[in-house]
Design a protein around this ligand. Structure first.
Ligand code: NAD
Ligand code: WQD
Length: 340
């Protein structure tokens, strides 16, 4: 059993990871400032696992606070989810994004170094591949970014690589997620976007529940199966299980590595819409509009390295992802912490 510090542990992916970590016998300590999550998530983790994680309402920019956490707990490894994640907003507010995602992360890494906790799993993103030359995308493909959010992910990877070069005691795994969707089967945990969703499935979910009128499909003239954008959607529970494998692996090795977490399958916008229609039993209206600036046609992962290194692969189908999203949406029409 290991004791894992989970930053951002009340957030969408972090909360699912906490459940999987606890269910596989680990102890979890969460640090989250509740900027984009609700304290009620803790009740739900407890309801699902029978264990209430230790929780610190704290900003990762608070170095003294983090020191206190490490002194109060003998942490074996950190999974670092905390950060801002909206691509469009990062273009409007670059300073806030760099401050939170870079200065915040640096603060965490400094304190980890100070206290001698040198095992880390970092939430990176497929966004670091920019516009990939081909698919499936392998981990050694060139990296580049087109927005401040993506730059914060790539910069974190560079910083962590340099830390590992400087000190061979460190073990760092950067997990490059493709498109996480879906929710816990119980309907108790899921994604609660702030305001109007930017991402496809949260948007479709609002159309299905009647809070938004129709889906805008951003372009149908890409070179894809039906002209709409193709992505590698991965169930958040599969992703969470990937973190359990990753942290176990990181605890047994040293050095820096990057690993894709995806399914290796690509689905178009219309294919996802139709899977969601099947899940909710309704026809969902959509209109094709202009391409969204910065979008690429196709993006899906090579999953070979994750299988080889972590012994992990995704299992859930696109139909299950949509069914679980729909169950969560129906059970939590106003989000978590407002209705239970
Ligand atoms: P989320 O917003 O649901 O969770 C992030 C959590 O971090 C929130 O609970 C928020 O309150 C907390 N947080 C933010 N800044 C903090 C700070 N300074 N101090 C303490 N807590 C802070 O997001 P998510 O979808 O669960 O994403 C988790 C991580 O995975 C993020 O780093 C994100 O960039 C990355 N990621 C997400 C996706 C995706 O599509 N959801 C894809 C690739 C990578
Ligand atoms: C998916 C597809 C859209 C909304 C983003 C980030 C990435 C990562 C995951 C964090 C695209 C289309 C979308 C809509 C649409 N996040 N779409 N109508 O852009 O692949 O990735 O989230 O790291 O960094 O960029 O995900 O869900 O926004 O879009 O037609 O209302 O759905 O054009 O083809 P994306 P998405």
């Amino acid at each position: 059993m290991s004791k894992i510090l989970v930053t951002g542990g009340t957030g969408y992916i972090g909360s699912h990871a906490c459940v999987e970590l606890i269910e596989s016998g680990n102890e979890v300590v969460i640090v989250d400032n509740l900027y984009n999550s609700n304290i009620a998530v803790l009740d739900r983790i407890e309801k699902l696992t029978g264990v209430r994680p230790t929780f610190y309402e704290m900003d990762i920019l608070d170095a003294d606070g983090l020191r206190r956490v490490f002194h109060e707990h003998k942490i074996d490894a950190v999974i670092h989810f905390a950060g801002y994640k909206a691509v469009g907003e990062s273009v409007e507010k670059p300073l806030e994004y760099y401050h939170n995602n870079i200065t915040g992360s640096l603060t965490l890494y400094m304190v980890m170094k100070e206290v001698g906790c040198k095992t880390l799993v970092f939430s990176s993103s497929a966004t670091v591949y920019g516009s990939p030359k081909s698919c499936p995308i392998e981990e050694d493909f060139p990296v580049s970014t087109t927005n401040p959010y993506g730059s914060t992910k790539l910069m974190n990877e560079m910083i962590l690589k340099d830390i590992c070069i400087s000190d061979p005691e460190w073990s760092v795994l950067c997990l490059r997620y493709f498109n996480p969707i879906g929710a816990h089967k119980s309907g108790l945990l899921g994604e609660v976007p702030n305001g109007i969703p930017n991402n496809l499935v949260p948007y479709i979910a609002r159309v299905a529940i009647g809070q938004l009128e129709y889906l805008r499909v951003f372009g149908d003239d890409y070179d894809t199966v039906d002209g709409t954008g193709v992505r590698d959607y991965i169930h958040v529970v599969d992703l969470a299980k990937g973190h359990v494998s990753a942290v176990n692996h990181a605890l047994g090795v040293k050095g820096f590595d990057t690993i894709n977490l995806g399914t290796g399958n690509g689905y178009s916008v219309l294919e996802v819409l139709h899977a969601y229609e099947k899940a909710c039993g309704k026809t969902l209206p959509y209109k094709v509009v202009e391409r969204r600036s910065g979008d690429i046609a196709t993006c899906f992962a090579s999953t070979t390295k994750a299988k080889e290194v972590l012994g992990w692969e995704a299992n859930y189908t696109i139909d299950e992802m949509c069914e679980d999203s729909w169950r969560f949406t129906q059970m939590n029409p106003k989000g978590i912490g407002t209705d239970l």
